[in-house]
Design a protein around this ligand. Structure first.
Ligand SMILES: [Zn+2]
Length: 239
């Protein structure tokens, strides 16, 4: 008798839990915008927003070098192109660098100081949001796809990462990457305003290295980042 009742009870519990899970998954799927919704966003919502852009590396720090491409050059090209798009729609843009420089200091903590300088530029910029741009590289030529990194210390970081990752789903076509949580990336940990780091693609993949150096692909990619940011601003509660 007792066993039967317990079984009934646990069956009811299992049913209730699975219904909640189904409901939760459905709600989550509904809250995730389609690529068409992001593409159709009104970019004028960017007007008056301040967005900080950090082109990764620079100066003595080239970043990744693969297939004839250099990370610091591509991140700068992408950053300048993204800045142009954002400014077209009335946003104010702050760049942590707009030429081939770095913020290394001699002796101890060289690279760390370079990153901390970028953090302080962004923290003091009054930006509503920031985007740090990088290119990926790994041993092996087959890996590809833009990938967004975030620190979950702010809910907005997660939201922005999800929407930008969704918007970059076709960069390049077949990109199945998901937004990635990372607690160790120094700038994501130390910047106070909401934001993300985008690994825009793999220089170690010869085909993607060519794409990332191509001005048309660059323009298309940054436009999709801009649309995702606009989507975030138009749907974010905290204005
Ligand atoms: Zn990098």
């Amino acid at each position: 008798m007792f066993i039967v009742r317990l079984k009934k009870k646990s069956l009811r519990l299992v049913l209730a839990v699975s219904m909640l899970v189904v409901l939760g998954v459905r709600l989550w799927a509904e809250s995730k915008p389609t690529i068409e919704e992001v593409e159709g966003v009104d970019l004028s919502v960017l007007s008056g927003r301040t967005i900080a852009i950090d082109p990764g590396h620079g100066g003595i720090d080239s970043g990744a070098r693969y297939n004839g491409q250099i990370e610091k050059d591509i991140t700068l090209e992408l950053a300048v192109s993204l800045a142009q798009v954002l400014k077209t729609y009335g946003a104010n843009v702050v760049l942590t660098r707009d030429c081939d420089i770095d913020y290394y200091t001699r002796g101890k903590g060289g690279k760390r100081n370079d990153l901390l300088k970028r953090v302080s530029i962004i923290n003091q910029s009054g930006a509503d949001l920031f985007v740090s741009l990088h290119t990926n590289a790994i041993r092996g030529k087959e890996w590809f796809g833009a990938e967004v990194y975030y620190n979950p210390k702010l809910q907005q970081n997660i939201d922005i990462a999800e929407i930008v990752q969704q918007s970059l789903r076709n960069f390049p076509p077949g990109n199945k990457r998901q937004a990635r949580k990372d607690l160790n990336i120094l700038i994501l940990k130390n910047i106070d305003v909401p934001g993300i780091l985008v690994e825009t693609g793999f220089l170690s993949n010869p085909r993607e290295a060519d794409l990332l150096a191509n001005p048309t692909y660059q323009k298309n990619l940054v436009e999709h980042i801009a649309k995702a940011l606009a989507y975030h601003f138009s749907h974010s509660v905290a204005r």
